[in-house]
Design a binder for this molecule. Sequence first.
Ligand SMILES: [Zn+2]
Length: 600
Amino acid sequence: MTTAQQAQQQVSEDVHSYAEPTKAVARHLDLDIAVNFDSKTISGTASYNIDNLAKGNEIIFDTRGLQIEKVYLGDNREETTFRLGETDKVLGQPLYVTIKPDTKRVTIQYKTSPDAAALQWLNPQQTAGKKYPFLFTQSQAILARTWIPIQDSPGIRITYNAKVQVPKELMAVMSAENPMQKNATGVYNFEMKQQIPSYLMALSVGDMVFREVGPQTGIYAEPATIEAAAYEFAEMDKMLVAAEKIYGKYRWDRYDLLVLPPSFPFGGMENPRLTFVTPTVLAKDRSLTSLIAHELAHSWSGNLVTNATWNDFWLNEGFTVYFERRIMEELYGKPYADMLAVLGYQDLTNTIEELGADSEDTRLKLDLEGRDPDEGLTDIAYEKGNLFLRHIEMAVGRERFDEFVNKYFNTFAFQSTDTDKFLDFLRKELIKGDEELAEKINIEGWVFSPGLPENHVKPTSERFAQVEETYKAWKNGKPAAQLNTKDWSSHEWLHFIRMLPEQMSQQQMQDLDKAFNFTNSGNSEVLAAWFIHAINNNYRTADKALETFLTNVGRRKFLVPIYKALAATPEGKKKALAIYAKARPNYHAVSTVTLDEMLK
Ligand SMILES: [Zn+2]
């Protein structure tokens, strides 16, 4: 076989990228860019070391909304020709660059558009400090191409160096080795030595400071947020130790967090070496830190062993949820992790109900051709994926399962893998021809069939059993103030609120709110769950808090169910549209794409 044929065999076809990596593929990126807050643009050059495997005369990159100014070949930068293909709303445009059989280096001079979907430009009012503007990127799933011309497929890995020029009063950080300190020049240099897929390219610029947590861990945040963040995430070093104990050495040197302003659309984004995290987990009691365990777990599942296409997303997220709960169990014990498992199972059954038990989108292996991958990525990948792995663990025992997972991470380290490759590995390394075991594991039922296999084991929680007792007492008429809720964590509260009946009287709502002050909860999970009841029961006392929440927080997981509940009645929809008009500038494109569609 030629090298090209070998490469062809290894690469899974990605319907969300125009790149043809079996012909010509990028291996390393040197990014040299300037960040301009006035024009809301990034401009500069992306220089790639490439392998022209097929020795042809073309290499293809993904772009979306980029202005491509010039393209050069070689170290001496000889100008070459290029053309942009037709625009697809989701995929953008392929950039065809003319190369020679022996071309090793391609340099693209470009500029982003002010509405680049990956970039959110915040004005000072939208930050915690209110003094300086802020920028952050969100590249997953296929938005890296809106700020860098890149072969934007999770099946392709590159190393990178970057030189980033920012306003002198601000600091830049990336998914790379980071500066830890502001410097007077506004020029920051980065190096990412490990190969990563494009969706892990990340940049943030703002007024931020660094605080060390442990020898290998630390936090970047705005000065106004750093104290709260340092308290909340004080245990991140312990998490890293716990994770290494389960699945082996952390391979990315440092593990730091960047706490973003509240418009960040996700809970966290596992950008390597520097997880981006929402400030909505700053609950002041460390009760929502499983999110950090989740992002940390991605350092193995996702960042180290990566889904080759977005149809295999469950390999990233299912493993990560499984690993996240193992870390939480290691740190806080099984009863604690069991609560997380039950809440996750509730999310899963809700998602299946919403999508329909026969929906193709409830299979682990997805088919997202022709769609925005972001739309197809639901709780199925996370929670059904996790449940499948728990199911295998129960079938073979934890010790054997851990040995298998360790071997999986080591075998595919710094590579991309797809569902078929994983299943081959599972058959070869764990099932090993044992037909009884194969039947028990039921790959077909879990991976390729919709819904959940009938004999799946539902997670249970002792601590929630007590919550259920308490709930029953309330339902039978005991006043809320007299309920036994001593030492409840936010997970118990969340379970309690989720159990509340859809229809409640004003008196019941007031009784609960007076006793537990849900409307003014500092816990975003509790608050978001309570707002759903407030909306369904027209509980006006929560109106102001609801509006404040929606105009401040941009986390899609909270926004979607709340707006949906509002939009269920004509009056509520009016309210939703009025709030949305005001709040929309505070949301990232990842959230507005979903909400525009829902509220149109
Ligand atoms: Zn994740």
